[in-house]
Design a protein around this ligand. Structure first.
Ligand code: PMP
Length: 282
């Protein structure tokens, strides 16, 4: 298995992390997960742009140009002959003696990437999944794809330990997003999701869904919804790079609609698949 570490492709066995890497000690860094379908990346440009935007938001300099990094990632996918999978890309503020403030400007950020085969979760996409509602206690910069994921992990673990696929988070009465996905509801044919503020990650999948909803003539509103609205929705789904458009058929013990994936969700799943085959920019 070939991995990418600080500008070089190497065998995974040769890859090392310093115990004073700030990503390891503080979660002082950012990441991306890019989908690979049939050996080709999907929405690579959008992920790379978000990667550099996250870096800028935490004042982290990525020591590679975007084109160079994109090329290296494509080489990595080829080296590992990835068919359907992901690329994990991460940057941290580098290695320095442990102290909270940033290291001197000559300390270069660490950038690593690796690939993994990941199948499309077809049976879950066909049948739908269940979720648990959990209070969103994360910080107020959820727009940054930060390595600090403890709030997300604790929510996912609580949901998963009770047999659920995902935790849907809410701040007080308003639904924000999933622990590793965006959340959507459908009422009277209209799709709604939280606006792209500091309270959610503006998912690339979310943007593709907004785009395909537009071409399918499905009304799409970026307008936060309440727990009551969620619980009385006709359809609910979540979306992410690895989950695509994932129907939610149960929230806790309560059925969503009749407890089956709904018509609008199915239509979006179909349109999303078509988009993968075309790979058009959003
Ligand atoms: N929100 C959170 C908190 C996430 O971790 C993810 C997955 N990266 C998403 C939303 C969905 O983003 P994307 O569609 O870009 O994978």
């Amino acid at each position: 298995e070939t991995v990418f570490v600080n500008g070089e492709l190497m065998d995974r066995k040769e890859a090392k992390v310093d115990i004073e890497d700030r990503g390891y000690q503080f979660g002082d860094g950012i990441y991306e997960v890019v989908r690979v379908y049939g050996g080709k990346t999907f929405t690579m440009k959008e992920h790379m742009e978000r990667f550099y935007q996250s870096a800028e938001k935490i004042k982290l300099h990525i020591p590679h140009e975007m084109d160079e990094l994109t090329g290296l990632i494509n080489r990595l996918i080829e080296a590992n002959s990835i068919h359907d999978g992901i690329v994990y890309l991460q940057a941290t503020r580098g290695v320095a003696s442990r102290q909270h403030h940033f290291p001197a400007s000559d300390v270069k950020g660490s950038v690593v990437a690796y690939t993994k085969e990941v199948p499309v979760p077809q049976s879950q996409m066909d049948q739908g999944v269940t979720v648990k509602l959990i209070e969103d206690v994360r910080w107020l910069r959820c727009d940054i794809k930060s390595l600090n994921l403890l709030g997300n992990l604790l929510a996912k673990e609580e949901a998963a330990s009770e047999g659920h696929f995902e935790a849907i988070l809410h701040r007080g009465d308003l639904v924000t997003e999933g622990s590793s996905s965006n959340a959507f509801m459908v009422k009277d044919g209209v799709v709604r999701t939280h606006p792209a503020t500091n309270l959610i990650l503006n998912g690339i999948t979310r943007r593709v869904i907004r785009d395909v909803a537009g071409s399918e003539g499905i009304p799409f509103q970026e307008d936060a919804f309440t727990l009551d609205e969620l619980l009385s929705a006709d359809e609910v789904f979540i979306a992410s790079t690895t989950s695509e458009v994932m129907p939610v058929v149960k929230i806790g013990e309560r059925l969503v609609g009749e407890g089956h994936p709904g018509a609008v969700t199915r239509k979006l799943q179909g349109a999303f698949r078509k988009r993968i085959e075309q790979e058009a920019p959003v």
